[in-house]
Design a protein around this ligand. Structure first.
Ligand code: XMP
Length: 510
């Protein structure tokens, strides 16, 4: 495995993902993890990430200096390069101006293993204020850019490397090869990390943890809980009970699909809890978005707790926690990851619940979870589906949630999903959905005047849901969506398209 020390770069997780795409396992540790602890993990290489600080300012994050004597290959990226340089006697200074954006890298030493099998000229992405002005001891410059004579440096004997640009981002098109060269050729890692091989490992770990005890999993039908269910079932079969709660706010066919896929196809013990009437009763007359969320969250916990009792005595509760949920963010100014994570965790369960946790996906990134799901034989419709909020259609029905409004939105949503899939857009973007506005407007249908609801369409692109851009869907697709919704969904006579980005808007309307 490769260890990445995180100095607070917004790209640290991207580095970890790129390495794993090279079929090498990688983990992220805090920048000040003791060298001894790192050595105990026996990594084959160490990467020092970028970061927002300046190496020469007081209090700038510093690694344990002993890491430089571990004798394992080190690659410093941006701030990481500056740390290597500073420690080994180079000089880092504030550049004339911040270098940000595309640059051209000219490789001077084609024997440098980092650039093996790559052309002499590469497009690279820069994002830094400080630059190296004097080489550290024992290093030579192996590549330059317009603004730097030390864009890539090497100490061949010590296997230490530094890159001023960011090989991990998509704007460095051949960055993947550079990373692959580091992990395979320089560190000597084999291509052992695949989801196919992860299954065996994970199955064994689950069996060791659980023994003969029973496990309960809250199955929502979303990607994470679905993959967790399939994996746990492979490991422990009937010791697993999945509880699926119908809160009355699900999409069309959702409850049926879950029953078909998990109950009938996978033959997983599935406890179906239809609590739709209870949820809708409690939501009656409530219009405030926060109150709606609170009611749904609280009711879910109640229903789920009661269901676990009916499921019989279980020692473990499984959760679909992912790696990004547990990576500790570096608490320094300028680190975007240090901002508060998403506030949405309506499906979260109270800590007081008397279970021990099983989290079989907690070392995986989302794209790996998807790959794992496909390996486990889950259908693409489940594994590649778009995110759907825990409080379901309630946050897409503005104002009061009534059974009639749920029905209207569910029908409109089904059309949106169908058309997005047919046109090929569904899997290309982060989310696409319909929102029911509590506004009625006048229309004509045939010879009759109508006074009906308005549906807003929302389609967004995003990496992680924290920021988002609205998607420029083609007019003919919008036309199809609008005409199908107005013609097929009784109670709707107008369709609008939401052209706001996040921020300042949010993705959901409530
Ligand atoms: P917003 O609306 O805050 O949404 O821009 C960002 C992402 O989070 C999803 N979302 C939720 N997910 N429970 C969830 O599990 C929630 O209460 C919730 N609210 C929003 C939203 O769909 C988007 O992907």
């Amino acid at each position: 495995q490769i260890v990445i020390l995180d100095f607070g770069s917004q790209y640290t997780q991207v580095i970890a993902r790129r390495i794993r795409e090279c079929n090498v396992y990688s983990i992220i540790l805090r920048y000040d993890t003791p060298a001894e602890e790192i050595a105990a993990m026996q990594p084959k290489g160490l990467i020092l990430s970028g970061g927002p600080a300046s190496v020469y300012t007081k209090g700038a994050p510093q690694p344990d200096k002993a890491i430089f004597d571990l004798g394992i290959p080190i690659l410093g990226i941006c701030y990481g390069l500056q740390l290597v340089a500073q420690y080994l006697g180079g000089k880092v200074e504030k550049g004339q101006k911040r270098e940000y954006g595309k640059g051209t890298l000219q490789v001077k030493d084609s024997f440098c293993a980092l650039f093996a099998n790559l052309p002499e000229k590469l497009q690279v992405w820069n994002s830094h204020g400080d630059k190296l002005t004097k080489l550290p001891r024992g290093f030579k410059s192996v590549a330059i850019t317009e603004n730097s004579d030390y864009a890539a440096i090497e100490n061949h004997a010590k296997k230490m490397y530094g890159l001023q640009f960011h090989p991990e981002v998509a704007h460095t098109p051949q960055g993947r090869e550079i990373i692959s060269n580091f992990v395979h050729n320089i560190c000597g890692c084999g291509k052992l990390w695949t989801m196919h091989s992860y299954i065996d490992q994970a199955v064994e770990a689950i069996r060791n943890q659980v023994g003969n005890e029973k496990v309960i999993l809250g199955l929502s039908g979303g990607v994470d809980s679905s993959v967790a269910a399939a994996l746990l079932h492979k490991a422990i079969g009937n010791q697993l009970t999945c509880i699926f709660v119908n809160n009355g706010l699900l999409r069309g066919r959702e409850a049926k699909t879950v029953q078909e896929v998990f109950g009938r196809h996978f033959k997983i013990k599935l406890q179906y809890e239809d609590a739709s009437n209870l949820f809708l009763k409690r939501l009656k007359g409530v219009t405030d978005p926060e109150r709606k969320r609170k009611i749904i969250g609280k009711t879910f916990i109640e229903v789920f707790e009661a269901a676990t009792k009916r499921a019989g005595k279980a020692k473990f509760l499984a959760q679909g926690t992912l790696y990004p949920d547990i990576i500790e963010s570096v608490p320094i100014a300028g680190n975007p990851a240090a901002m508060i994570k998403s506030h949405h965790n309506v499906g979260g369960l109270p800590k007081k619940m008397r279970f021990q946790l099983v989290e079989p996906l907690k070392s995986l990134f989302k794209d790996e979870v998807r790959e794992l799901g496909l390996e486990l034989g889950l259908p693409r419709e489940i594994v590649l589906r778009q995110p759907f909020p825990g409080p379901g259609l309630a946050v897409r029905i503005l104002g009061e949630v009534t059974p009639r409004r749920c029905e209207i939105l569910r029908e409109a949503d089904t059309i949106v999903v169908e058309e997005m899939k047919t046109s090929g857009w569904y899997y290309k973007i982060w989310q696409s959905f319909a929102v029911l506005l509590p506004v009625k407007s006048v229309g004509v249908m045939g010879d009759e005047r109508t006074y009906d609801y308005t549906i807003a369409l929302r389609a967004v692109e995003s990496q992680d849901g924290m920021t988002a851009d609205w998607v420029k869907l083609p007019y003919d697709l919008l036309e199809k969506l609008s005409s199908r919704i107005i013609n097929e969904v009784k109670g709707v006579n107008r369709v609008c398209f939401d052209i706001s980005s996040k921020p300042p808007a949010t993705i959901e309307w409530e």
